[in-house]
Design a protein around this ligand. Structure first.
Ligand code: PRX
Length: 634
């Protein structure tokens, strides 16, 4: 097939013929052209594939940028589209969800069963006083009830705010307070790496002084003993037995622009940003991207191995696959528990067709050698996916050869919590270059520009920008329109472009190569963390007067956190103290934010205006030349 799309430069992988022939986006060049010529027409045709109680009056309302609206006047409901639509057709008895617990437990739900359980969940939330527009915080792991709880919120018009269960009590408290959630949903505990993660206990600590949380709904997962506060805490399984939990619950007719969820993500300052996603455009955006990028067919068994606590889990575990009527696979625990063949064993056993994960997971499993995957027959796989950071060619090749038997194209999807769904991404019929997320998705106009907004030359680095609105885009930051405008729209205000916060290059063939963040955001094991968040966690310890953190390359995690601290007078940089500081950060933010290294220093390199020069610290940590120091204070 080489040469079909012209002669591409560099290392190129051409997709197998049968994949191209059967792809939902067979003729991607034509589709790209058509969507570029008629953006609204493209999205309108996609929107028509879903159920709307009332049709929209306008596809895109761009009268008040950057506050774009999509499908205005349209009324729909995501849970209705994920469940009721299938229950009413021949998918009723088809598997919607296959779940495996880390302890080998299995649960499966047909579309009808997931519909029934979601309705029960929704009725319980209503009985607890949750109404349309109320915020509900979820602090849960990958269990079926998380899917039900999110769909239940969507069904009744409540706004879910899922907090990743690896976040600490402090991070949870901040997010519950900011969103003013009256109800928190959690589990007694979850299983991870053979141990129990005490979720309910963390909720208790987080909301101890938060007056407005009226109800805590607790799903029983491990059966471990937890404190239940009279009047506030309720076992889910007990309420589910009561008449309030009837198995039908009408879906609220939501305006296309009604808020669907809040999701907190890291930014430049210490305070996380609450990304706002709304209903109609988000639904169309994620379903369309999944349909074409992962070529999802109703007969597919799809596995997005992310956590529901991240945007990847929201868009491509919970909503996307169900919108398309596929069978979703979900796994609770660690990839290496009890042995490093856990994932490969499940792929073989369940006959999964698509695996979507992050480079850090690929590298983490690659480390154990190919003998583990080689014990299993992975030939059910048709496509592979990658997200969260650039995938290094070595990991790409291993994934491609050892897991995909050189037959599965790898969909390297570049996107963000803010974008809702894939933005720069291949479709399976496209030639791939390892390490490149290839080209913008249909209707997405992306570019790499310099400070003046001019497109840079091929292979030159610049700012990644998106020049036209897209349906799944964030609408604002919750209760903070100013920060929304400032963060994403001020740099190229005159042009009206979205600043992604990443640097990138575009090659001669128009393929995009994302390099990394341009702001003070770290990417650790595919997780986004603000340097400011980690620094403020450090200085909240009595021993630390000042702190600066940087990311340094790490074989598995992509980046590891190195922290430099100036100690308060009277403290000494002993090993005990640095260990204590590492634990302190874990307590404040969560284990994912643990510094790999804490070093006590006498001073930090700063500009004359007092800004920490992280590049100097980075150069020092890596033993490189520090470069221009003319702006340094001393
Ligand atoms: O830097 C980019 C990186 O992850 C950031 C977005 O992080 P988050 O909002 O947590 O969402 C992660 C999952 C969508 C981006 O600004 N990133 C994400 N995907 C890729 C990537 N970098 C390179 N290649 C990717 N495929």
């Amino acid at each position: 097939m080489a040469g079909q799309n012209g002669d591409l430069q560099g290392d190129v992988f051409y997709p197998p013929e049968d994949i191209v022939k059967n792809a939902n986006a067979r003729d991607w060049e034509q589709m790209q052209k058509e969507a570029a010529e008629d953006l609204e027409g493209f999205w309108e045709a996609e929107a028509e594939k879903y159920h709307w109680f009332d049709k929209w009056d306008q596809v895109l309302d761009d009268s008040n940028p950057p506050f774009y609206k999509w499908f205005t006047g349209g009324k729909t409901n995501l849970a209705y589209n994920c469940l009721d639509v299938h229950v009413q057709n021949s998918n009723r008895n088809k598997l919607a969800l296959i779940w495996e617990g880390e302890n080998d437990e299995q649960r499966t739900f047909s579309y009808y069963a997931l519909y029934r359980e979601t309705c029960k969940f929704a009725n319980i939330l209503k009985a607890l006083g949750v109404e349309k527009g109320d915020r509900v915080t979820l602090y849960m792991g990958p269990v079926p009830e998380t899917v039900m709880a999110m769909l239940a919120c969507a069904r009744i018009g409540a706004i879910h705010s899922v907090v990743f269960a690896g976040f600490s009590k402090e991070a949870l408290r901040e997010r519950v307070e900011d969103s003013q959630s009256k109800v928190v949903i959690t589990q007694d505990a979850g299983y991870r790496n053979g141990s129990e993660v005490p979720l309910k206990q963390t909720v208790d600590k987080a909301i101890r002084h938060v007056g407005f949380v009226e109800n805590v709904l607790v799903v029983q997962r491990t059966g471990s003993e937890v404190h239940m506060e009279q009047g506030r805490d309720h076992w889910y399984h007990e309420l589910a037995e009561m008449p309030i939990a009837s198995r039908d619950c009408e879906a609220e007719e939501m305006d296309a622009e009604d808020m669907l969820y809040l999701l907190y993500t890291s930014g430049t300052t210490g305070k996380p940003k609450a990304i706002v996603h709304t209903t109609g455009g988000y639904m169309v955006g994620i379903a369309t991207t999944l349909r074409y990028v992962f070529d999802l067919k109703p007969s597919d068994r799809f596995w997005c191995a992310a956590d529901p606590g991240w945007v990847t889990g929201h868009s491509y575990i919970v909503y996307g696959p169900l919108l398309l009527g596929a069978t979703n696979f979900m796994y609770e625990g660690a990839p290496t528990y009890p042995y490093p063949n856990r994932w490969w064993k499940m792929i073989e056993y369940y006959g999964l067709n698509i695996l979507y994960t992050a480079p850090t997971a690929v590298r983490g499993l690659m480390k154990f050698g190919r003998a583990w995957p080689d014990r299993h027959n992975l030939s059910s796989l048709r496509l592979l996916g990658s997200v969260g950071e650039p995938i290094n060619p070595e990991a790409w090749k291993w994934y491609h050869e050892v897991i995909g038997y050189e037959q599965c194209p790898i969909m390297d999807t570049w996107w963000q919590t803010e974008t809702g769904g894939f933005m720069i991404t291949p479709v399976p019929s496209m030639p791939l270059k390892p390490g490149s997320a290839t080209k913008p998705f249909f209707g997405v106009e992306a570019d790499v520009v310099n400070d003046d907004g001019e497109s840079v030359d091929p292979d030159e680095e610049g700012y990644l920008v998106i020049k036209k609105p897209w349906p799944g885009m964030l609408r604002t930051l919750y209760k903070d329109e100013e920060r929304f405008k400032e963060t994403y729209w001020s740099k190229f205000e005159d042009q009206g472009w979205y600043l992604a916060g990443d640097s990138a290059k575009k090659d001669e063939d128009g393929y995009f190569w994302v390099i990394g963040r341009i702001d003070d955001v770290l990417n650790v094991a595919g997780h986004r963390l603000g340097t400011a968040e980690v620094e403020s966690a450090l200085v909240s310890h009595d021993a630390v007067a000042e702190a600066a953190v940087i990311g340094v390359p790490d074989d598995v995690k992509g980046n590891a956190i190195h922290a430099y601290v100036i100690l308060t007078v009277g403290y000494e940089g002993t090993e005990d103290l640095t260990d204590e500081l590492v634990e302190h950060v874990a307590d404040e933010l969560g284990p994912i934010a643990k510094p790999a290294n804490v070093e006590a220093v006498d001073s930090l390199p700063k500009t004359r205006s007092g800004k920490i020069m992280r590049r100097v610290l980075r150069a020092k940590a890596m033993g490189e030349e520090v470069g221009d120091l003319s702006t340094m204070a001393d």
